[in-house]
Design a protein. Structure first.
Length: 478
């Protein structure tokens, strides 16, 4: 479960932080040091994600991620070890998988601008098997899981040579921050790992059992995170720029993105933001240039490929758009990509491929997903009208029989062809049917249409139960 979902989870959380490989290697070395003394040996993996939200998470099988934003908040290697050892226990004990199995799943885009950068999770836009990754990283651990991770995490710290007191002081800091309603922490680490005075008290008991003493590593931590913290202002500018663009302030977003680039020119996200600004202003060629720069800096992050596909489609460069969108879907399958691929296929008359793409995109609980469902229905309804439309035979006081069709879809239909069928009262098998009948008038969503069946008149209203209506053909109104 963890191995399969590790990559899509990283993609939707901002992608890997790639501009400081030494920092990632450092986090990995601390993680491996702790993993060596853990009770369960797994193929542990540790990665730093390019996300300002202070958070860390673990997946079954030893897959662990640490956000750039949390590294800003720590002050020593021992505190880093405290978080990593806690996540190692979650991964080894399969807490996330157990919560999934117990049903604790995650509760609960406009194509003009594509996928919003401010929503790092992108959970409602992910489709296919990758949706499970959203649920795994969004699980809120229960009290027992957190207690187990705290206790054994401190034990691993002690075995690895770190002072377990760092776990206590760090938890005390988290409790203080939660009381101060630090929004970044509330949406990040505290959402899945809620701090509490009870956890602090339990950790103090564990500390008394293990004994204080061990490495803190403040100097080495400061050295290894020096480049990261030196560029922190750039990421603050970027985050503010994303918010500004979301509010429609393109000028402010541009200024902040350019300011961020002067501090850290190697960061792909900053180029991406400039591309988003250009795309929002319908400057598609300019947007493509920025997205190309972003891709050159980090080719394996999905979002600039999606955005490039949208810009290319706007320019009428359909084949290139398909290539970009297909590439994005290999990294993280999303509803906007499949929706646009469906449109491109539909425009060239490839209905089968369009239906395939729309069906995948319709799996998304989003506006794009709803639009995909509507387009899928509009294309598939003429092929399978009885799958979508409802029919029945009705009569009036004069014994006249009507073939009635109700349209529960969001697509207007026209020229619906039906037949009246008579069934044997005993066997319920059809015994006769009318000639084809056409309801020529449009039937709007939620409405019904009807046609009189000539040559059939009932003696009593009860006879209508012997009749039904089959739907043979229908056309969608574009």
């Amino acid at each position: 479960m963890g191995q399969k979902n590790y990559t899509p989870a990283r993609q939707q959380q901002g992608g890997d932080y790639v501009i400081d490989p030494e920092l990632t290697a450092y986090v990995q070395s601390v993680g491996k040091k702790l993993a060596t003394v853990s009770d369960r040996q797994l193929p542990y993996e540790f990665v730093v994600l390019n996300d300002s939200v202070p958070n860390a998470w673990a997946m079954p099988g030893g897959k662990i991620a640490f956000n750039r934003g949390l590294l800003y908040e720590l002050n020593s290697e021992a505190e880093l070890a405290a978080v990593l050892s806690h996540e190692i226990v979650h991964a080894a004990a399969r807490h996330g998988a157990q919560s999934m199995e117990h049903g604790l799943l995650l509760q609960g885009a406009v194509m003009a601008v594509g996928i919003a950068a401010q929503n790092k999770n992108h959970a409602n836009l992910i489709v296919g098997g990758a949706q499970l990754s959203s649920q795994l990283i969004s699980i809120k651990f229960g009290r027992d899981d957190e207690s187990e991770a705290d206790k054994y995490g401190m034990l691993y710290m002690k075995k690895a040579g770190y002072d377990p007191r760092a776990a206590v002081t760090l938890q005390e800091t988290f409790v203080r921050l939660s009381k101060d309603h630090q929004s970044n922490f509330i949406e990040g680490l505290f959402a899945s790992h809620p701090p509490s005075e009870e956890r602090v008290a339990a950790n103090k008991v564990t500390l008394a059992e293990l004994g204080e003493g061990g490495e803190w590593g403040k100097e080495i931590y400061a050295k290894k995170t020096g480049k990261l913290k030196a560029a922190q202002a750039a990421y603050k500018d970027y985050d503010e720029g994303v918010k500004a663009l979301a509010k429609g302030d393109a000028a402010k977003a541009t200024a902040l993105a350019k300011q961020a680039i002067t501090i850290e020119p190697r960061e792909a996200r900053f180029q991406e933001l400039l591309g988003d600004v250009a795309l929002s202003k319908k400057q598609n060629k300019e947007a493509l240039g920025y997205y190309a720069k972003a891709i050159s800096l980090q080719p394996d992050y999905f979002r600039p490929h999606v955005q490039s596909g949208i810009a290319l489609d706007n320019l009428g460069r359909k084949a290139e758009a398909e290539t970009a969108l297909n590439k994005s879907n290999t990294l993280l399958p999303t509803a906007p990509s499949f929706y646009l691929l469906g449109q491109i296929a539909e425009d060239r008359g490839d209905v089968n491929t369009a239906l395939k793409h729309y069906k995948i995109a319709a799996d998304s609980n989003s506006d794009v997903g709803k639009s995909s469902t509507e387009r899928y229905t509009r294309l598939d309804l003429p092929r399978n009208p009885a799958k979508y439309l409802q029919s029945a035979a009705q009569t009036d006081r004069n014994g006249t029989v009507f073939a009635v069709v109700h349209n529960p879809t969001t697509t207007t239909v026209t020229r619906v062809q039906v037949r009246l069928v008579r069934y044997d009262a005993a066997s319920k098998k059809p015994t006769a049917q009318s000639q084809p009948l056409i309801i020529s008038a449009d039937i709007a969503p939620g409405q019904r249409g009807q046609v009189v069946v000539s040559g059939v008149r009932l003696n009593t209203p009860a006879e209508i139960i012997l009749y039904g209506v089959t739907i043979e053909k229908a056309e969608s109104v574009k």
